[in-house]
Design a protein around this ligand. Structure first.
Ligand code: PRE
Length: 627
């Protein structure tokens, strides 16, 4: 049981209370956060020994771990490491080699993982190895190299302390101190990192139960250090084909039992490179707050854990997969500012210090979700009533960026939006983003299905839920400008009002959801593009969008496709549309992989120009759905 007091007690107040309780044969422990917690071992529930005026809350907890129990803190803990939050909606990606082998080698791996979206760099300087003859790590030299990598790549670092003796020096360099599996119950080390007050990554002991693990966390918490990230890394079982058995059940269990964020280490969990990606995907799907994964720029030459380290390309693929899977658990990989994001930073002459961003609708529309994810620090969001207005805001330089839905996995391309590019030749594509769209049938509270009189939705909401609509006979259908507006109209209509809208809009207008996820297929994703007038392709871009008109001659399309084939460029989308005002003439919109900054690519574009009547490059950006 815990008493959370209203204030922090001073030492003499604590002594007084301790003495009073000791006389009753009860031991108490004080843990100071902003306020003092009084903790009683086990189920002791003394009464009458403390002035009730002092107590903010009494928390009944019947597990040996108390501060780690979710009852103590029903909302999950979020730990801020630099600008990276661990927990909450964020999917934290920690990547790097098993061990720091040299500055040159660490920097090579750090550079690639950073480029691919890792947020925290891992690497061991003190290595607890099974054999005393294996590489033991570079120790302080390794810590110094890690600190240099942090500066160079702007990545916080996590590295292991193996004893209370080296914990101090590790704490001097690291942003997160890792406690390895072998040390999970090294209580002196746990106490030490508890006192150090730095974030701790606490790996599960290879033979530890979940309760043992939470009790280990309790040791650290009992020193008032709440910055603990749990890490499932596999346990010893009878299975011999994998290095360990990755216990993913631990994730939903911990989510119930504790408020601490929990991440997964699929590298040690499997010990097999080819099994790391599927298990990392599974970890994210079952609700992990992140992963820590071993990546090496040359795994075959790694001094430790080479066989379980990913090649950079595998890590890139994994990052793309996680971007998609994380939508299911409502998480996302927060992007820290990185080199290519400079595309998103307007020059001082352009508008304001932080970009103004235009999108359809208000908070509650799907477009607003994308705008806030892509530009969390936007100084101003411009709510637009139409897609055309988004182009207008960008062209008039009122907005630096526009967020535009362009394609949906159920309904296909949003053709009108493609066509708007023809009216606004100054506008180009500088980014893309995919979100899962879940459409709900919402009603004004008190309305039952039989009483629905009218159904409001954006045309995309109706189109994406066409099968569901078949069951809604004889109901008036009303198109509205966006998904947020649908919810607002329901709230204005009152009883009998219904519509298809987003969860966020439901909450905004206090509506009732009658049926969740009514879209025709749960794999309902909309791809958004980011519009701007600042066209600044970078070497990290890997996708190009363009539009062309074919020559009117036999083999014209074949000729264009051959140019792509000869250049070994993969076309990922090709679609023809009528040219407005020119009957039976067509524009071809294409997306392809590659980087237009490269000379090789420039040559391809030159030949495309020569073999078409018209070619316009619409944009260059990072492909976020790479197969
Ligand atoms: O209505 C919204 O909320 C929008 O942001 C527009 C839009 C779209 O036009 O595709 C965006 C995503 C969903 O596919 C549904 C609607």
């Amino acid at each position: 049981m815990i008493y959370l007091l209203k204030k922090r007690l001073n030492e003499s107040e604590k002594d007084g209370l301790s003495k009073k309780w000791k006389e009753q044969g009860i031991s108490i422990y004080f843990v100071d956060t902003e306020k003092t917690n009084i903790i009683f071992e086990g189920n002791a529930s003394p009464t009458g020994l403390i002035d009730p005026i002092l107590v903010e809350k009494t928390i009944e907890i019947n597990t040996p771990y108390q501060l780690a129990n979710r009852k103590y803190k029903p909302e999950g803990t979020i730990i801020e490491v630099g600008s990276i939050p661990i927990g909450g909606n964020n999917l934290t990606i920690i990547a790097g080699p098993c061990a720091v082998e040299s500055k040159e080698r660490l920097f090579k791996t750090a550079e690639v993982v950073k480029q691919m979206g890792a947020q925290i760099l891992r690497g061991g300087a003190y290595k607890p190895r099974t054999s005393p003859y294996s590489f033991q790590g570079l120790e302080e030299e390794g810590l110094k190299i890690l600190a240099q990598a942090r500066e160079e790549f702007d990545l916080p670092i996590v590295t292991e302390a193996t004893s209370p003796e080296n914990a101090d020096i590790v704490a001097q360099y690291a942003d997160i101190i890792q406690i390895g599996t072998r040390n999970m119950q090294n209580f002196e080390l746990l106490k030490k990192v508890g006192k150090l007050g730095k974030p701790v990554l606490l790996k599960r002991g290879m033979s530890a139960t979940i309760e043992d693990w939470l009790n280990a966390a309790e040791y650290i918490l009992s020193f008032g250090n709440f910055q603990i990230i749990l890490c499932e890394r596999g346990i010893r079982t009878i299975e011999r084909l994998t290095r360990n058995t990755l216990d993913l059940t631990a994730i939903p269990l911990i989510k119930d039992l504790s408020h601490l964020p929990v991440i997964v280490d699929p590298s040690h969990g499997t010990g097999l490179r080819e099994k790391v990606i599927p298990m990392a995907r599974a970890a994210v799907a079952c609700g992990a707050d992140g992963i820590t994964v071993e990546v090496h720029h040359e795994p075959d030459k790694a001094l430790s854990d080479g066989p379980q380290s990913l090649y950079p390309d595998q890590f890139r693929k994994l990052m793309n997969d996680l971007e998609i899977i994380s939508v299911l658990t409502g998480k996302e990989v927060i992007k820290r500012p990185k080199v290519r994001d400079q595309v998103f930073i307007p020059s001082p002459s352009q508008i304001s210090q932080t970009p103004k961003v235009a999108f359809l609708g208000k908070i509650g529309s799907f477009s607003s979700q994308v705008a806030r994810k892509m530009f969390p620090d936007s100084s101003e969001y411009i709510n637009c009533n139409s897609f055309r207005q988004i182009f207008e805001e960008v062209v008039s330089k009122n907005a630096c960026y526009g967020v535009l839905p362009i394609e949906n996995t159920l309904t296909g391309s949003i053709h009108g939006n493609y066509e708007l590019f023809l009216d606004y030749p100054e506008v180009c594509i500088v980014g893309e983003r995919i979100i899962r769209v879940s459409q709900h049938l919402a009603v004004f509270p008190g309305t039952i299905r039989e009483n629905i009189q009218v159904l409001f939705a954006h045309p995309q909401g109706f189109a994406q839920s066409s099968r569901f609509l078949e069951s809604m006979k004889n109901i008036r259908i009303m198109d509205v400008g966006n998904t947020e507006e649908a919810a607002r109209r329901i709230s204005e209509f009152g009883i009998g009002g219904a519509g298809i809208t987003s969860q966020e809009a439901v909450e905004k207008y206090h509506l009732t959801v009658l049926e969740e996820d009514i879209e025709d297929n749960i794999r309902n994703f909309t791809r958004f593009i980011i519009l701007s007038q600042i066209f600044n392709p970078t070497i990290e871009d890997d996708k190009v969008s363009g539009v062309f008109v074919l020559k009117n001659q036999p083999g014209a399309l074949f000729q264009v496709l051959k140019i792509f084939a000869d250049s070994e460029i993969n076309i990922v989308k090709l679609e023809s549309r009528p040219i407005p005002g020119k009957p039976w003439e067509y524009l071809f919109y294409a997306d392809w992989e590659g980087n237009i900054v490269e000379d090789r690519h420039k040559k391809t574009i030159q030949s495309l120009k020569e073999n078409t009547l018209f070619l316009r490059i619409l944009g260059s950006y990072k492909n976020i759905w790479k197969k």
